[in-house]
Design a protein around this ligand. Structure first.
Ligand code: BES
Ligand code: MN
Ligand code: ZN
Length: 521
């Protein structure tokens, strides 16, 4: 779909569909009012009849509205004007995109981004409209012989901004929205691909192509190089599969000073998690193709950052392999020596994510990172704790946790701060090695994070357990691309801090300025 920005009156749009908002209690937005006037009160009459009451997210498509030059007018309910905030705005964009998909209109002009949301400007309105619309129209049908015809993607969606002098702001929002949307599309595609296609070597190829496309550097290491690096914990997981492991390292230098300490993103890339010798039960085991969603997230984020040309230095590290139970496989009771030198007694081969991540975290030390964030579908226990709503967030730095929480809130990709107290470390004690790879059932997401923290002592670090948020089950089964929006926002905020603007796009960011104060203490 092609997106455009324009400014101009709704009654003058010669298109297949004009989209305007109406509030509850029959209050029209400016655009709806203009159409109402030219049509001699047609819209207010429809509302008086009660078919459209302005309820949040409701839609009504009207044909041949008198004296208009467009084929259709779509009314979108905005709910109560005083309750209309960012969350409602996103919901309205979602509803209008879905309604548009069920018409046969191929071109539309939307006036929803003209409605003002407190604390947000036109750039943000457009950015979010593009991100949400791309999310709604995303399909994963490359393996379907017949594509679904019931809903179709329009060819062109034009977003109207209130004034001509806001076109530049609108264009900025558009390119940011496209960058985030494209990053999310990459993350969803990689996540949704089946394990027989999306193998470690496939991920390596995709990462190399991605870097090449933007002129960035990619290093794709194979088994020999991983052996040389001493990543025996990572290799222990990989050896139960006939698929070779890969270690992907991508570099982006966007900061003015190439020597600026980079932010390192680490993503869990298990392309299929059978559990290994500690084999998983069969039910829904297919979903373990999503066990590389951490990798997909950091690659999607990398894509967005490069498209946005953010002034930061960024490194992405992805350890990727399959977790399978062949004759060479790692066994319960085996003891492995990690790259850090710490030894691990493997009590359960299904707790493999931490075994590949710990070596990647040690590897990250060589970049002298400002911050390291790992992203992983790490534990089923995380889903029990937080369901599918919030990502679990752990950090060895309060201020970093606060920055990430604030970024997630900003873009409706929320995380929840979990404890990383020493008290939980007890559960990882092993009689035979420096630690065990599991800490028992109580607090399973927390003890997994505690395990990782032992390999992240050299820098500011955060861990995102995305087991509950990276994909959806049920009828809308599929990867969600979370937490790409959170990470892009976090990196944007870091870029803003580096450039000296704490207030971005007219939005006071209290949490963020506090975080900055902390850092200066
Ligand atoms: N990839 C899984 C975690 C997972 C399970 C994510 C279900 C999403 C849905 C991870 O490798 C795993 O198997 N974790 C175990 C750890 C346990 C053995 C300590 C788990 O959560 O059961
Ligand atoms: Mn597992
Ligand atoms: Zn796993």
């Amino acid at each position: 779909m092609e997106f455009n920005i324009k400014s101009g009156s709704p009654e003058k749009q010669r298109v297949e569909c004009v989209i305007v908002g109406v509030y509850e209690s029959r209050k029209l937005t400016l655009a709806a009012d203009l159409l109402d006037r030219i049509s001699n009160g047609f819209i207010s009459e429809v509302m008086r009849h009660g078919d459209m009451e302005g309820k949040l997210g409701s839609t009504l498509v009207l044909h041949s509205v008198p004296h208009t030059v467009c084929q259709r007018v779509m009314l979108v309910g905005l709910g109560k004007e005083r309750d209309f905030r960012a969350k409602e705005y996103r919901e309205v964009i979602r509803a209008s995109s879905k309604a548009l998909a069920s018409t046969s209109a191929l071109e539309a002009v939307s006036y929803l981004s003209e409605v003002l949301v407190k604390k947000h400007d036109v750039e943000w309105m457009v950015e979010q409209a593009v991100v949400v619309t791309m999310d709604v129209f995303y399909r994963f049908d490359m393996f379907k012989s017949k594509k679904d015809e019931a809903t179709r993607e329009p060819r062109k969606l034009t977003l109207a901004v209130p004034r001509r002098n806001q076109l530049v702001e609108g264009e900025k929002g558009l390119s940011r929205g496209l960058a985030i949307g494209n990053g999310m599309k990459l993350a969803k595609d990689l996540g949704n691909l089946p394990g027989n296609v999306c193998t470690p070597s496939y991920l390596g190829q995709q990462a190399a192509d991605l870097a090449a496309h933007f002129g960035a550097k990619a290093e794709i290491f194979g088994p020999e190089e991983i052996v040389t690096l001493g990543m025996q914990s990572f290799l222990a997981v990989a050896k139960g599969s006939v698929e070779e492991p890969r270690l992907l390292v991508l570099h982006y230098h966007g900061a003015k000073d190439a020597q600026d300490r980079p932010i390192v993103l680490v993503g869990k890339g298990i392309t299929f998690d059978s559990g290994g010798i500690s084999l998983k039960p069969g039910e829904a085991m297919d979903e373990m193709k999503y066990d590389m969603c951490g990798a997909a997230t950091v690659l999607g984020t990398f894509r967005a950052v490069l498209e946005m040309k953010l002034p930061i230095n960024l490194v992405v590290v992805v350890p990727t392999c399959e977790n399978m139970p062949n004759g060479n496989a790692l066994k319960p009771g085996d003891i492995v020596t990690s790259m850090s030198g710490q030894t691990i007694e493997v009590l359960n081969t299904d707790a493999e994510g931490r075994l590949i991540l710990c070596d990647a975290l040690t590897y990250a030390e060589r970049f002298n990172p400002a911050t390291v964030i790992d992203v992983a579908t790490l534990t089923g226990a995380c889903i029990i704790a937080l369901g599918h709503i919030a990502t679990a967030l752990y950090s060895n730095q309060e201020h970093l946790a606060r920055e990430l929480l604030a970024a997630g809130d900003e873009v409706a990709d929320r995380a929840w701060h979990m404890p990383l107290w020493d008290d939980y470390q007890e559960q990882l004690k092993s009689p035979f090695a420096d630690m065990a790879n599991i800490g028992g059932r109580p607090g399973g997401s927390i003890t997994a994070a505690c395990f990782l923290s032992r390999f992240a002592k050299a820098y500011d670090w955060a861990h995102l357990d995305i087991a509950g948020t990276a994909w959806k089950g049920g009828k809308d089964k599929g990867a969600t691309a979370r937490p790409v929006p959170l990470l892009v926002q976090f990196l944007q905020d870091r870029a803003d801090i580096a450039m000296g603007n704490v207030v971005r796009r007219g939005r006071p960011r209290r949490e963020l300025s506090e975080a900055v104060d902390d850092e200066q203490d």
